[in-house]
Write a protein that binds this ligand. Structure first.
Ligand code: PMP
Length: 383
């Protein structure tokens, strides 16, 4: 007899990214669905990993991450955000940004707690809340600006509210938070026990001369925040699955209790390499310009198609409305675009728990120019 369990995530199936990527492969389609670059990453960084392995850096490093790497990260944070964080007590290296978010939520949540989650939402947030026995209280971003409706947030706060998850630059919309948003957030959380999980994996993928509103800029907010990052996004190596979390010494000491019995310590040669490569400020400071060029190029090409842009200011993604030429459900359109025209995208409804369908598809422009051109050639046929 097969023993039965009570599923902790009864509503969760295979994610839309897996479904669309598989369909893209089956149909030999161009994959503008999932957010990963199709151009090579920097060779200097791969060489540094090879060197670290050859130099024998192949055993466990410190549970919180290689100290040299944490020190470099603290320097970077001080330079970019004028905030002196302690590398010994406030930073932990994690196997990716998603893990940092999961561990933050697991550190603070008790069954029955509530967490404010904005939708459309990166797909891990709600399951990460629910697996901890807590409840995700969903708030829709205003369509089509995708701004946060702060009044609604205030109405949904109560004494069970344990945390608010924010994400800037935002996946899937490319929206970015402003200083006014941060002030709204501060007004809501000050004098409460509410914590913030801030997903900033697209920290350097921000465009149009907008300043990234990292919570690391605000020591008063960092006291109650877990700020999560991913090297995969910064260095075009999403498959490496390495990131880090920054918090207050108190919250980070609790985070480490969860982390040390789950992962313990992350891949060491990669950490030696990153500690060295982080000395090269250009590598991350020029990323915004590089990706903005891709966004602009893609946007210009898309102007020839019947899709209407909903402008992105950050991330790998730009959203496009198709309501002017079709009233098909977005998941059906995404499937038929893949099968009939050979371009895979992600339907926006998949980022809403209730499947809200505003007739919008998400496109990833973090690709080679020739990939984008080929995709447009195919999309030109859509009518
Ligand atoms: N947050 C957001 C908003 C993301 O888009 C991603 C990557 N898709 C992550 C977190 C996760 O990053 P990682 O691959 O390092 O876990």
């Amino acid at each position: 007899m097969t023993p039965q369990i009570t599923s902790k995530l009864p509503d969760v199936g295979t994610t839309i990214f897996t479904v669309m990527s598989q369909l893209a492969m089956d149909c030999n389609a161009i994959n503008l669905g999932q957010g990963f670059p199709d151009y090579p990453m920097n060779e200097e960084l791969t060489e540094l990993v090879n060197k670290a392995m050859k130099d024998g850096h192949n055993q466990y490093v410190h549970m919180a991450g290689l100290l040299q790497l944490r020190e470099r990260l603290a320097e970077k944070i001080e330079n970019l955000y004028s905030n002196a964080v302690n590398p010994q007590t406030q930073i932990t290296v994690t196997p990716g940004g998603t893990y940092a978010i999961y561990t933050s939520l697991t550190t603070i949540l008790q069954p029955g707690d509530e967490v404010i989650v904005f939708e459309p939402a990166y797909d891990s947030y709600i399951p990460n809340v629910e697996v901890n026995g807590a409840k995700a209280v969903r708030v829709s971003l205003q369509f089509p600006s995708y701004n946060i409706p702060w009044n609604e947030v205030k109405q949904k706060i109560n004494d069970k509210t344990k945390a608010i998850i924010i994400n800037t630059p935002h996946n899937p919309t490319g929206a970015v938070l402003s200083e006014d948003d941060i002030n709204e957030l501060r007004n809501i959380v000050s004098n409460t026990n509410i914590m913030i999980v801030s997903d900033e994996v697209y920290e350097h993928l921000i465009y149009d001369n907008i300043q990234h509103q990292s919570l690391l800029r605000y020591p008063d907010l960092l006291e109650r925040s877990f700020v999560c990052f991913s090297f995969g996004k910064t260095y075009h190596c999403t498959g490496w699955k390495i990131g880090y979390c920054v918090s207050s010494p108190y919250l980070m000491s609790e985070f480490k209790k969860v982390h040390q019995f789950n992962c313990f310590s992350c891949n060491s040669p990669v950490q030696f390499a990153l500690a060295e490569y982080l000395k090269n400020e250009e590598a991350y400071l020029t990323l915004g310009d590089l990706m903005q060029q891709k966004r602009d190029y893609f946007r210009t090409l898309m102007e020839q198609t019947p899709f209407k842009v909903i402008p992105s200011h950050g991330s790998y993604f730009e959203c496009y409305s198709y309501k002017d030429f079709s009233d098909e459900a977005d998941d059906q359109l995404a499937i038929s675009l893949t099968k009939k025209y050979g371009v895979a995208t992600i339907p926006m409804s998949s980022f809403y728990k209730d499947g809200t369908d505003n007739k919008v598809l998400r496109f990833c422009f973090g690709k080679k120019e020739e990939t984008l051109e080929k995709a447009i050639e195919r999309l030109l046929k859509v009518r």
